[in-house]
Write a protein that binds this ligand. Sequence first.
Ligand code: GLC
Length: 408
Amino acid sequence: MKVAVFALFFLGLLTANAKTLSILIGGSPDGWKEIAQDFYNKTGIKVNIVQGPPSTDAREIMYSISLLTKTKGFDLIYLDVVWLGKFASAGWLTPISTFVDPFQYFKNKNLTESSFLASLYAGQYYTVPIKADAGLLYYRKDLLEKYGYPVPKTWEELKIFAKEIKQKEKALGNDIEGFVFQGKQYEGLVCNFYEVLRGMGYELITQDQKGFKVAITEQELSNVFTFFRTLVEEGISPVSVINFEEEESRIVFQQGKAVFARNWPYAIKMLLEDEKMRDKFGVAVLPGASPTLGGWAIAISNYSPNKQEAWKFVDFLVDNGLKLLFLKRGDLPTKVDLFNDPEINQKLTYYEVIKQSIDLSKPRTIHPLYPRISSIIQVNLSAVIAGKTPPQLASQKTIRELKKLIEL
Ligand code: GLC
């Protein structure tokens, strides 16, 4: 009898140990693979870190395809804040209340309040926030000083300063772009779009008791579109910006080939590590002071046969991983107390600007059909930047499409 119990116990251990979880992340696995190794050493549970494409849209499609099959696929899901509505309403995510009391958990772990709200969909908490994000302005401190320009406070100022500095440098034989941003037809472009739109004092969609409403006028939207078009038309941004995601913008700026760049906080680490750039750049709140709120969270697939093990990993990541993700990748932690950690604090250059930007940041429109709203903006704005559709016409078309989608 005893032998049988022991045999079962060891068999149980063996099967538990044989379990392998998987998660899809973007770009390099730096930080993630060390966390997975530590987790394996402590628990015997393997986590397969699958390296996906850097673009959020591409990974959203990969997760969606795998979840649509309702088979094991990925046990853990690393979600962009804007995917929550789609993933939760499709029934793809396991509510956190399956494992813990969400409110107590978020409080005990010192997770930021905004990320707590970002986990909520239709009365349930589904995700645990891992990475905080808000758009930032990167600028060439040396060039602004050289020509006596302040950091631009409005988008119009940015355009003027960028254009003038570019021309002055050109006269000295230095070819430099004025402003680089995420101009490709994907989610990143929509983040840039909201920043300009709100920075100009407009709002795209509002909600009251009667429902959602397209709040922007044709003229206002046309102003926003014109801003983007003239960046390219007036040579402030390169024509190739139409192919730029975050990394392309970061690389051009880091190589000293742009006066201004729009990017997320992760780029600070890389710029500081580059001795050619380290002392030449500065980081500020974006013109118009309306950064887009971004961020990433972890959730457990409803189709995972290993939910309890997956939760163990989530908890381990929250306790032991956020610091490493910051030190290795520059990912901003969602745990308030980590900002007082001496190692993080010492490396958290521009903390005040980052904090201010996160405080000022606004989410993209929260709507069950957000992916379609985003797609309407992506298609129309892209056509404007490429010079295929005039801003006025694209504005009429966008408003018509948005109204049809959300007001009927
Ligand atoms: C960042 C943000 C995310 C956003 C994406 C766009 O990863 O955290 O919220 O959707 O950039 O490219």
